[in-house]
Design a protein around this ligand. Structure first.
Ligand code: GFB
Length: 319
């Protein structure tokens, strides 16, 4: 890529998309098309096609499609699956028709089989049942990855697929029911501290383990992968921090200043027992995250304080 390369971030209104739209100009890649109101509705095939016909992007980061935490996945499985299937098929088809030179498709770690050997290697994709709480969404993301591979095989399209660790960061969905664990806990811990509560409720048993990745690091990994990886096999974007939910909740409580105790609400689902990625290929290419988990939580909390508590932040794209 050069500073004049026409780049489309399909999904600029998502967490990774917003981080990419911050990173790319900072890295001298300022020839962005389809930013903000210029981005077509990715679930509308006609709109996507006319956009590609008019703007002719050379490089595409396909990070779009609504997503959410375990709560949203249980509440809106059909909406999440349908929208993500539409986004993947519309953008991949248009990227092929209009001769996009390189495309990175961002899938999701929930597309790995629930019982796959850990850390999760792309070899285990499609080898077993998915975690039920997110299976419809995960199936859509897996279908997108398989479709990328199909275009590679049939047309030689340089479409690569990446599987990220659980991302969080500024601009995240802090919705108590729709958000992922870190932003949801930041909101709840903040309110508990503000009200002087002695107990902070954490969903589930607190024992599941997740690998977390700061959204700015995820954007950096996406750019690095696009510029340095052309392989057939999907690429894991991890190298983040693997923590139990109880450990993560304690860091959030400490950063927010909540001094009470954690209470684990086992009426809420735990989801997969462990999701940690084997990112040795990415590491071997020379990429590593720049932000510690605690620093990432601090920066995300400050963003929350300045954008949510002051009521200026609109809820993130949900279905
Ligand atoms: O972030 P989360 O929804 O993602 O939940 P998953 C992670 C863990 O945090 C689960 C616990 O064990 C939850 O029970 N948890 C504790 C909470 N408190 C909370 C809370 O207030 N909100 C939430 N959301 N969780 C998602 C998939 O699964 O991972 C998505 O459902 C996507 O489709 C995403 O793949 C990356 O890792 O469990």
């Amino acid at each position: 890529m050069t500073p004049t390369t026409r780049i489309f971030v399909a999904g600029g209104d998502t967490l990774p998309g917003a981080a990419l739209l911050d990173l790319l100009p900072a890295e001298e890649f300022g020839s962005l098309v389809g930013v903000g109101p210029d981005e077509p509705d990715l679930t509308d095939a006609l709109a996507v096609n006319s956009f590609f016909a008019a703007e002719r992007p050379e490089v595409v980061f396909l990070v779009g499609g609504p997503s959410g935490g375990i709560g949203l996945n249980r509440a809106r499985p059909a909406d999440l699956m349908l929208a993500n299937l539409q986004v993947a098929t519309n953008v991949l088809d248009a990227a092929h028709r209009y001769g996009v030179r390189k495309l990175l498709y961002l899938a999701s770690s929930c597309a790995y089989p629930r019982e796959a050997p850990q850390p999760l290697s792309p070899r285990s994709l499609g080898t077993g049942p998915l975690e039920p709480t997110s299976a419809p969404y995960a199936t859509a993301k897996l279908a997108g990855a398989v479709l990328c591979d199909a275009y590679r095989r049939q047309y030689g399209s340089n479409f690569i697929t990446a599987f990220p660790a659980n991302p969080f960061g500024p601009g995240d969905d802090f919705g108590a029911d729709s958000g992922h664990v870190i932003p949801a806990l930041i909101r709840r811990a903040h309110e508990a501290a503000k009200h002087g509560d002695s107990v902070l409720s954490v969903w589930g048993s607190g024992t599941p383990r997740r690998e977390f990745l700061f959204s700015r690091d995820l954007a950096s990994a996406c750019l690095f992968a696009l510029e340095n990886y052309d392989g057939d096999a999907p690429l894991n974007l991890g190298g983040g921090t693997v923590l139990s939910i109880a450990e993560a909740a304690r860091v959030v409580a400490d950063v927010v200043g909540f001094r009470g105790r954690l209470a684990f609400d086992t009426s809420k689902p735990d989801g997969a027992p462990l999701k940690a990625l084997d990112s040795s290929v990415l590491r071997g290419l020379g990429w590593a995250p720049a932000t510690t988990f605690r620093d990432a939580v601090e920066e995300t909390y400050h963003w929350f304080l300045h954008h949510v508590t002051e009521g200026v932040c609109r809820e993130r794209t949900t279905v």
